[in-house]
Write a protein that binds this ligand. Structure first.
Ligand SMILES: [Zn+2]
Length: 82
């Protein structure tokens, strides 16, 4: 018998939410550690390196999902449909 493959469907809220994500600019490669708003998606992020205004990739809800190391809090908690 195997216990692998049985997804532990614990309630998402039980997992701690990562508040910080490191955004990597696709234009210049500049990295910025940003604190994410817990209850909203950040649609725009202005790169501190080159000034480029980053927008989410198609199908993504926010710049953190597209360029960050951690998806946005709404996605972490599972209330984001995408
Ligand atoms: Zn940049």
């Amino acid at each position: 018998m195997s216990t692998r493959g049985m997804a532990a469907e614990a309630s998402p809220a039980a997992r701690s939410i990562e508040r910080f994500s490191v955004l990597t600019c696709p234009v210049c490669g500049h990295r910025a550690r940003e604190e994410m708003p817990v209850d909203a998606c950040a649609f725009f992020h202005e790169c501190a390196g080159c000034g480029e205004r980053l927008r989410p990739l198609p199908g993504h809800c926010c710049v953190f999902c597209s360029y960050g190391t951690v998806p946005c809090p709404p996605k972490q908690t599972g209330c984001c449909s995408a």
